[in-house]
Ligand binder design. Structure first.
Ligand code: CMC
Length: 425
């Protein structure tokens, strides 16, 4: 596989160290640094800025060109022609399903939408005002106590059943978090509805009347799920792979992904965007917040702007912006004050020298927050929706990790603490 070689000279070493260089099907070459350990050296790369931690066939991103491919298909084409469950199939299997495979897959997911009835008692232990992400971390981890018949991580069929269960049950758990917070009864899933319609039904329906989903909102919801489905080795996916590398229970691994996603630098950004827009409150205060974001001595950042990998535009944000326009038109809320602030911020970021020079474009979370708010989803649920959408990415990477020979993840460090010393008290 190594078609090239790199040579590293290190002061104090007589000979250069030869390192294999691999080429993938797309993207930069990678230097295999494993021979360094034998020479008493480690590499140093906090934040994994220059480190490929694994080989993967699932998703490819070219941040400079603003390209995102799942199984080779551009995200824009998938968003236009496909739907979330089809993309789930693609991420799990590497190929799009034919009509028969798709129908079978959709029906299988529907067969798993309910959660064990005992799970509903679990919620009672939480305060009603608990953040739904705190409940999600706990409930997803708790799934590991229920589904013991699919836990052999070395069995491909078990891994597949685990994935079905997670894709199917995450929306049910997410909606239960919301219903619990407002003191309403949990809504059972309805398998006559599509995946997105059913989620809206579990969120906004009640046992007293039949819920009729709005097709524009259901389509927008499906697009939000699809655009968040996977994003290669981001912080939460890498966390799931690392947790999985010890052979841990799959549901517990996914819970670790939910935890890693929660932070505002990652999935928590969609909630942080709305909190920020509310804090700005009025167009007259925008300049003040932009100045804070530009001040190197102020840790404040404009939420929903910038991305570690995309240094051009985020292709998901383009699709999300178009969806945002459709939803706002459908609901007739173009004049919403927060939206005006959002639009002004977007304009500033695209024109202001600070943001242009650093290539800080609006990212996917900037627009998804606005759509979710318009649909009537409370801000605290935004990251939960990201987590349920990303579950397919997490479980696909977890399964890919286990389907070939692997090693436990164990980074090393540059130690700068005290050298060995005597205990002489
Ligand atoms: N507002 C103001 N300045 C920023 C921002 C921002 N949102 N993001 C980056 N910068 C500046 C940063 O201060 C630095 O400036 P300088 O070179 O003068 O020191 C420069 O841009 C490069 O930033 P960085 O911290 O080296 O970039 P990073 O790749 O480590 O961070 C990021 C990426 C997404 C964590 C960061 O842009 C950020 O915190 N954005 C806001 C949070 C956000 O929207 N996150 C969602 C990401 S998309 C969803 C997902 O994939 O999870």
């Amino acid at each position: 596989m190594a078609d090239k070689k790199a040579r590293l000279t290190v002061d104090g070493l007589e000979e250069a160290i030869e390192l294999p260089v691999y080429s993938g099907s797309e993207g930069p070459d990678v230097i295999d640094v494993r021979p360094l350990t034998g020479k008493g050296l480690f590499t140093y790369d906090p934040g994994f800025v220059s480190t490929a931690a694994c080989e993967s066939k699932i998703t490819y991103i070219d941040g400079a060109k603003g390209v995102l491919l799942h199984g080779g298909y551009p995200i824009e084409q998938l968003a236009e022609k496909s739907d979330y469950l089809e993309v789930c199939y693609l991420l799990m299997n590497g190929e799009l399903p034919d009509a028969e495979q798709k129908e079978k897959f959709v029906n299988t997911i529907k067969n798993h939408t309910m959660v064990h009835e005992q799970m509903s008692h679990f919620f009672n232990g939480f305060r009603r005002d608990a953040h739904p992400m705190s409940i999600m971390v706990a409930c997803v981890g708790a799934l590991s106590a229920f589904y013991h018949d699919s836990l052999d991580i070395n069995d491909a069929r078990h891994r597949e059943v685990c994935a079905y269960r997670l894709i199917a049950k995450m929306p049910t758990l997410a909606a239960m978090c919301y219903k619990y917070s407002i003191g309403m009864p949990f809504q059972y899933p309805r398998n006559d509805l599509s995946y997105a319609e059913n989620f809206l039904q579990m969120m906004f329906g009640n046992p007293c009347e039949e819920y009729v989903p709005n097709p524009v909102l259901a389509k927008a919801m499906d697009k939000i799920f699809l655009l968040h489905a996977d994003h290669e080795q981001n912080a939460s996916t890498s966390t799931v792979r690392l947790a999985g590398s010890s052979g841990a229970n799959p549901f517990a691994c996914i819970a670790s992904g939910v935890a890693a996603l929660w932070g505002p630098a990652h999935g928590g950004a969609n909630e942080a965007v709305l909190t920020m827009l509310e804090e700005i409150g009025d167009e007259s205060r925008i300049e003040e917040f932009v100045a804070k974001a530009k001040d190197p001595n102020d840790p404040f950042r404009l939420m929903g702007f910038g991305h570690r990998v995309y240094r051009n535009f985020d292709p998901r944000a383009k699709v999300m912006k178009a969806t945002c326009d459709q939803v706002l038109a459908e609901l007739g809320i173009e004049d919403e004050p927060l939206l005006k602030i959002a639009k002004r911020l977007e304009q500033i970021a695209l024109e202001d020298e600070y943001f242009v020079a650093r290539k800080l474009y609006p990212n996917v979370d900037f627009y998804s927050g606005i759509i979710l708010k318009a649909i009537g989803i409370p801000t605290s649920m935004f990251t939960v929706i990201f987590a349920m959408s990303r579950t397919i990415g997490w479980i696909s990477h977890w399964s890919e990790f286990h389907s070939s020979p692997n090693k436990i993840g164990r980074p090393r460090q540059l130690y700068t603490g005290p050298s060995a010393r005597e205990y002489d008290n």
